[in-house]
Design a protein around this ligand. Sequence first.
Ligand SMILES: [Zn+2]
Length: 192
Amino acid sequence: MQLAPSFQVIDGQLTGARQLPSPNFNQRPDDTDIQLVVIHNISLPPSQFGGGYIEQFFQNQLDWSVHPYFQTIEGMQVSAHLLILRSGEVLQFVSFKDRAWHAGRSSYLAKKECNDYSVGIELEGSDDLPFEEEQYQALAEVVAALQQAYPKIQQHLAGHSDIAPGRKTDPGPFFDWQKFRTVLNGLKQRKQ
Ligand SMILES: [Zn+2]
């Protein structure tokens, strides 16, 4: 029996998240408000879970020789602010105050360079497998905390495929947006 962590954003850090600092970040442009959450999926190797390879990848500590797939991403320096594991555990790699490297070439509502003004959340998952209930619950709790800390986010919740269409497919067809929004709205109603 696990106690549900209560997430809160304090000074760019998410309380309730395990901190695993990544070197892959830089400053957001001056006077940039956070106004978007971008949802992704990732698994290393693809469609395999556990193993800690995503964490190593985001910390530039992945041994590229461990799996043939790793050689196709060798040397890439990327990150996300958060990773939600299959268990629902939340890991933080980059402070929300900083610019994580998750979106790449992207555009949301005609505003380019989403990394500048977004929070990137990776779900451990793939385009061909369902996500876990624990992941929806954790994602909703985290997004509620982010919306409270950064009111400009409001309903600006997008998938990577929405901001980089034709180039990216994640979070993929198995990510159930309706379920996510239902859990999120339920959390907010309870708080009122
Ligand atoms: Zn992505």
